[in-house]
Structures are given as C-alpha cells and as structure tokens.
Ligand binder design. Structure first.
Ligand code: ATP
Ligand code: MG
Length: 808
C-alpha cells in the first residue's frame, strides 16, 4: 500500500528519509556541503503539508538569501503540485519586516517605516560625528557603524550599553553619545536599520507577550537553513518563536475596564513550535557579522531531547572536488572530522591556472567558459567567484570584450547609484513623511536654489519647535528666507503631498480595506521624477554621464511597472520593502542564460556545473584583513571550502602573479590554501607568457589566441609533479624559504629576471606584446616597474622581475 506522501521520500537515502519523517520538538541536521540538507528541508515542508500535519500558513521557513527563498518555494510547489500560498518562506529580514509592519503600532513606529541601508546609516552617522566633533577622537562613520551593528547583533541596545559603559573613558562616553543620537534620529525618522529589523522583532515579542502569542500560535513549524550563520539576535528570535504558548487567547478587561486581548492559561499551554535547523559548521562564514558557530554545537543543550541526524553522502560534486575540499578543511582545528564522499566517481581533474596578470587570468576564465559552452554546458551552469568586489573590474573588462553573457550577482549596485537613490528618496519621502534623511536628500536635487544654510535652518527650526523636518518645510515663511527659496521649498512640499494623495484608495477601496482606486507605484514615481524636474534636468544636461543617469531613472520606472504588474494591489511601501531587502542580499531578477559572477559569500548554498575560483592569492584569500582577526584565517579557509563545494563537475582554481591593488602593482604569492590540496588532484596550466618563455608550447595554442597554456607539464613543469606525498609537505607559514620555493612552483615558470637592469631608452622584447621601448623605470627592488611603449601593443607597465621579457 503506497501512501500519498511516498513520492516525497522516494529517492532519499535512509538518513534523509528519517529527517523528513521525524516528528518531535527539535531536529538538527548536520552535514557537509552538498549532502542534501536544503533538499531535506524542502521535502520536509512538503511532507508536513501533504500528510496534513500542518497548514501552509503554519510554516515559517528561513533561508539565507531571497534567491534561496524563491527556489525553496518553487520546489515545494513543484512537490505538492499546487500552490502553497500562505506559507512563509523568506529570509530573517523579510520575515521580520512583515511582522514589524503589522505590529509597528505597538512599537510606536509608523507602519510605513523606512529601512536604512548601510549607506543611509553612514550618512546619518557622518552628520552626527561631525556635529559632535567626534572625528577628532578618531571616530569614522564606518567604525561607528561597525560597532553599533555588532552591539545590535548581540541585542545590546543603547540603554543596555549605557548601563555598562565606563564613564571615565572619554572614547566610550563619546561612542555612547553617538549611539544615543543615532538611535534618536532613526526613531524620529521612523526608520530602522538592518540590524534593527531583527532586534526590534525580538524586543516586540519580549515586551508584548500578546503579540508574541499570535505568532507563536500561528507558526507551528520553524525550519532554518544555514543555521551555522545565525547570530545571537537571530538565535533569540528563533527561541522566542518556539516558546510554549497559552492555549487560548481570550478577551479580557484591563485595569481601566477596557476590553483588550488577553492570554489565559486556563486550558493549559500548547507546546512550542517544532524547530528544524540544518547547518554545517565548516561553512560558517559570517563570524564578522556576529554569526556564532556555537549555535550549532550547543543546539542539543538549548533544545533538550533534540534529535540529531547526520548526512554523509554528497550528491553534488565529483570525488576529486570533494577530496580537495576534505583536504583543505581538515586543516582547521576544533572541528568534528567528517569526510565528504560520493558514489559518482572521481570525475575530471581540477584545473589550475596562473596568470601573469589579473587580465591574463580573466582571459583564461573566459576562454574556458567559451570552451565549456562549445562542449554543451549552459552559461547559467557556470559561475566565477572572487573574494572581494574590487576583483570584478579585471574580470568584467575581459567579459565585455567577449561574447559571453554575464551578470554580477549582488554587485551591480543599481540601487546604490546616486540618481536611483535620489528617485527612491522621493518615493520614501512620500511613504514616510518623517524620514528626514530622504527629505534632505531631495531638498535641492535637482538644483532649485536651496543651499546648505537653508537646509540647516530648516533642521534647526524643526528641532527647536519639536516638529518634523517636513512640517518645518511648511514653515519656510518664518525662516526669513527670500521669496524664491521659500517658493521652492513650498513647491517641493506640495509635490510630495500631491503624490501622497494619489496613493489614497477610492471610497470603495477604503470601504473594502483594499488599495482599489489608488495610483500605481509606477504612476507615482513617474509623476515625482517628472514634476520635480529630476528627469528633465538629467535629460537636458550636457554631461554625457547624465544621459546614462536619465536612462537609469527610466529603468527604475520600468521596474516599478513590472512590480505593479506582478503584484496587483501591492502598495508603495511593499515596493520600498522589496527594494531594501532585495538590494541588500541579492538580485531582483534571476537572469537565465548568463554566467554568474559573485563573491564567495554570495555563493553559499548554490551549485553550478563549472566553478571558477579566482584570485587565489595571499592577501586576497586569506584576505589580509583576516590576519589580525582571531579565527580569521580559519574562517577564510571555510570560505574557500564553500567555494570549492559549489562545483558539480568542473572546478578551476586560478590566480595572477601580479595584481594591481589600491593603485599599486604587486607580486602576488599563491594562497596558502592551494598548497593544502594534494598532488595529482590539480592539473596546473601555465600562463601564455610564461609557457612560451619556457620554450615551446606555442604550437598548442588554444582558441587561436597565439600562446597556449597547454603544455608546461614536463619533467620540471608539473608544478606539483616533483613534490612528494603528504609526508614531505612543508608548511608555508613556518618556513619562509619553502614559501618562496613553493610559490615559485605554483607560479610555475619560476620566471625570474633577477636584477635585470633596464633604463629609459632600452629596447626589449615581450613574448606576448612584441618589441617596445622602455620610457621610464619606477619602483624599487622586486617591485621595479618598466613603463614600455610597445610598437604595436601600446603602453604597458611591467614588473621587471617576472615579466616574460628580454633586453635587446
Ligand atoms: P550546502 O551545504 O552547499 O547548502 P546542501 O547540504 O544543502 O548543500 P543540497 O543543495 O540540498 O545540499 O543538495 C545538493 C545536491 O544534491 C542538489 O542538487 C540536490 O538535489 C542533490 N541531492 C540531494 N540529495 C539527493 C538524493 N538523495 N538523490 C539525488 N540527489 C540528491
Ligand atoms: Mg543548502
């Protein structure tokens, strides 16, 4: 006899099946990458619904990105065969915004509160620091922001901080003042920053048990993916939501005889929601944001009687890829040893590549992508990862020259462009009239003759009279300003009021409690950008860049049109929320048929047929900033591990021997983690320049680019070939001599021009660029750079020590 839910466990291995079917208060699934954790979560949700143990509305599933949430929703729907509406599958932040908008009143917030992104936060802090003269004490917007964020992630609000602050320490006193003023301003503007979204929800539940009870009763099943990356605030939120709750909510009278919703435990408590979390402590990569690995290791203590399921088999990658991942991560201490394995066989070797420059490396990536495409791999099945956003530049330069369609995930920063922020500020000012930041941004954008002195005068007037900035704008007549300026201010206030009126539903809509009759978001935005003159100013400008800016604003209007179409009945605030949450985490739309470029952090949870890990150099991975952080290098290693384990069939590891960073060209050392991968797993290719300089791989050119990176694996060429097995392994960190030797091996060519003395006027020959004349030599020692005018290739700067050049 087959039950109706059997298709939900068919094809799962016994441990996965157990995890899908287990029923109990708490379930922890710990497993390495690619072992089906997310898949188990998805099947578990479908199983709960299919067996009628839960309504979709009783499910709250938390994922790390909006993209992951959308994917999970789709999969659950596919499994169930019909819509699973009413189910909450979202990020922590989205779930909290939904709750906070509904319950804003309890917190004394407007339900149209603004969400400040990182740039907004810094703008506010910049003003405060300036006003308090805190910069003289070394405070910067970024440093204050980091500290405030850290405190909020630990649920330490300004009052809690004040209680423990050392009042004899002027630094602490000043920080407290900044923190206090920051908190005050966000309050006054009815704004929350990103960390507040979580913290305020926790506070809401703790301070208003009746509100908490509504959600505790509603969500009977909580499921959290990527649990290893939850921070204390998120952990506390989970705890609040899984507390036992009174069986009934009944109305009762308060001490004034007013009817209020009350709780009673007359009929006892119902147990807290059941909690399922999945995670992998080897993939914890957000310690810098307060993520706490202990959330996993202490789960059993926090949730006594919790069931623990271990998954072992990997279904994603080839054994070669997994062996590399195992070898790398085993260098971290303090971890339970687990080895990823697959039944699917070794697969192809990992490909290693050392470029002469970052461009060279990027060219290799693009060439390989084109080769894979010719071999039938879809562009969408390929991804390029890097440690820092700055690395995209070199990559993009080569990508745009090729025919390969690509997109930078989460990095295009469309919403961070000034003109988009301007247009958005108009919308925000309409939705939330208290938002001073938005108002001040648009006060003189486009230019309407309102100078900084006037802006300050309005702000001071607002403060003195304890009214909002917006109200103060209405009192412009009392500020002793000229008639033109006063007129401009009033006109702006009128425009915003008009736009707000457009958003009011018709009487029928009001009666029905719907948005009927209200203008669409796109109509309001168009009215604002046109009537304010924002769009016309950009269109009429002589600055060619303003043309692009105008197009961007038009693109935003187009996006609101899409939003209106896809979300009938949605409000302006819905749109603003979507933008704040999506822009922060990942892209709005998931373009298909393109290669994805993203940081290693963004790559979490995803998988691709082919993965390129680029910039594997000391200083980038591990990142130089991690060196000073306790646990930094271990966290960087986990990041590398996350990157490796995204690959299904093909993994490429690449680096550049020299890289321009912070305006300076430097010789790069291969990442120490590369050395942790055993011999034989990686097939090292050379850079074109280096390969040819070693004599004779030109004939094996790929893609007709002239030089090939095919060959240099001769007797001395196999970069790893001569190195012994594990026994002989040396530690790069302990042995400086070995470090260079090892570095030379990876960079392969051991190209070393010694102290080749070049000076202006010399003629040289370069293996790729041909002949040219040295115009200048700068730098010292190993960083000596020749500025060369090549006869055909143009001007280049070359690192003399390693460039494949000879003096003529
Ligand atoms: P990560 O730690 O990277 O988030 P994960 O543990 O969440 O990985 P999933 O993404 O759920 O792993 O699964 C990895 C891949 O293996 C997916 O393509 C998934 O569909 C597949 N998979 C998981 N379990 C099975 C199974 N029993 N049979 C076939 N494929 C499976
Ligand atoms: Mg996963």
């Amino acid at each position: 006899h087959e039950s109706s839910d059997s298709h939900l466990v068919a094809g799962l291995n016994p441990q996965q099946k157990e995890a899908v079917e287990y029923r109990g208060p708490a379930l922890l699934i710990v497993a390495g990458a690619g072992s089906g954790k997310t898949r188990v979560l998805t099947h578990r949700i479908a199983h709960l619904i299919e067996t009628r143990e839960a309504w979709p509305s009783q499910i709250l599933a938390i994922t790390f990105t909006n993209k992951a949430a959308a994917e999970m929703r789709e999969r659950v729907q596919a499994l169930l065969g019909d819509s699973a509406s009413g189910m909450w599958i979202s990020t922590f932040h989205s779930a909290c915004v939904r709750i906070l908008r509904r319950e804003a009143e309890s917190l004394g917030l407007s339900s149209t509160f603004t969400i400040y992104d990182s740039a907004d936060t810094r703008t506010v802090l910049k003003r405060i620091i300036k006003e308090l003269d805190a910069d003289t004490m070394g405070f910067t917007p970024a440093s204050a922001q980091a500290k405030i964020s850290k405190l909020k992630n630990e649920l330490t609000d300004v009052e809690a901080y004040a209680r423990n602050a050392n009042t004899n320490d002027p630094q602490e006193v000043m920080f407290l003042a900044i923190f206090r003023e920051y908190t005050r301003r966000l309050r006054a503007a009815s704004a929350l920053d990103f960390d507040d979204l979580i913290g305020e929800t926790v506070y809401l539940f703790r301070a208003f048990p009746k509100v908490a009870a509504l959600y505790q009763r509603r969500f009977r099943h909580l499921l959290v993916d990527e649990y290893q990356d939850t921070n204390h605030a998120q952990y506390s939120l989970i705890r609040e939501l899984t507390l036992p709750v009174a069986r009934e909510i009944v109305d009762e009278l308060d001490e004034h005889g007013v009817l209020v919703r009350g709780l009673t435990d007359a009929s006892g408590q119902i147990p807290g929601a059941s909690l399922t979390v999945v995670g992998d402590s080897d993939q914890s990569i957000y310690a810098f944001r307060g993520a706490d690995i202990r959330n996993i290791s202490e789960f059993e203590r926090d949730f006594p009687g919790a069931k623990v399921v271990l998954l072992e088999q990997n279904y994603r990658s080839t054994q070669n890829i997994l062996s590399a991942a195992n070898a790398v991560i085993s260098n971290n201490f303090d971890r339970k040893d687990k080895k990823l394995w697959t039944a699917d066989g070794d697969g192809e070797q990992i490909t290693g590549y050392t470029g002469y420059t970052a461009h060279d490396e990027a060219q290799f990536v693009v060439d390989e992508i084109e080769a894979l495409r010719r071999a039938g791999v879809d562009y969408r099945e390929m991804a390029v990862f890097y440690r820092t956003n700055a690395q995209t530049r070199a990559l993009e330069e080569i990508f745009v020259r090729s025919a390969v369609p690509y997109r930078v995930v989460g990095g295009t920063k469309f919403y961070e462009r000034a003109e988009i922020k301007d247009a958005m500020a108009y919308l925000i000012a309409v939705a939330n009239p208290l938002d001073e930041l938005a108002l001040r941004r648009i006060l003189n954008t486009p230019k309407r003759g309102i100078g900084p002195a006037t802006e300050t005068a309005i702000a001071q007037f607002a403060e003195q009279n304890d009214i909002s900035f917006r109200q103060a704008m209405r009192s412009a007549g009392e500020l002793g300003l000229g008639p033109k300026v006063t007129g401009a201010i009033t006109a702006l206030a009128d425009l915003l009021d008009e736009a707000a009126l457009m958003l009011v539903p018709s009487q029928a809509g009001l009666d029905a409690g719907t948005n009927e009759g209200a203008a669409k978001v796109s109509d309001v935005l168009l009215a604002l950008v046109e009537k304010s003159g924002l769009l016309t100013t950009l269109r009429n400008s002589r600055d060619p860049q303003d043309e692009t800016r105008a197009e961007n604003v038009e693109e935003l209007v187009a996006q609101t049109r899409d939003f209106d179409r896809e979300n009938p009945g949605a409000s302006l605030v819905d749109f603003l929320t979507q933008v704040s949450l999506v822009a922060a985490a990942d892209d709005l739309d998931d373009a298909s048929g393109t290669v994805s470029l993203m940081t290693l952090h963004t790559a979490k949870g995803l998988e691709y047929h082919a993965v390129f890990l680029t910039g594997l150099e000391e200083g980038l991975l591990p990142h130089q900033m991690s060196a000073s952080e306790p646990g930094g290098p271990a966290e960087e290693r986990r990041l590398f591990y996350v990157g490796i384990t995204r690959a299904r069939k093909r993994l490429y590891l690449s680096l550049a021997m020299s890289r321009a960073q912070f305006g300076e060209v430097s010789v790069a050392l291969p990442s120490r983690y590369l050395q942790e991968i055993p011999d034989g797993l990686i097939d090292w290719k050379q850079s074109p320049g280096m390969a040819t300089s070693r004599g004779g791989t030109q004939g094996r050119a790929l893609n007709g680019r002239g030089a090939g990176y095919g060959g240099a694996r001769g007797s001395d060429g196999g970069v790893w070939g001569t190195r012994g097995r594990d026994l002989e392994r040396f530690s790069v960190t302990k042995n400086a001599g070995a470090k260079t030797e090892w570095a030379n091996r990876v960079t392969g060519a051991v190209r070393d021009n010694g102290d080749l003395a070049l000076e202006a006027g010399d003629r040289i020959r370069h293996t790729d660029f041909g002949e040219g004349r040295v115009t200048q030599v700068t730098g010292e020692g190993t960083k000596k750079i020749a500025h060369v005018n090549f006869d055909t290739a143009g001007a280049k700067k070359l690192l003399i020590k390693i460039a494949p050049i000879e003096k003529l």
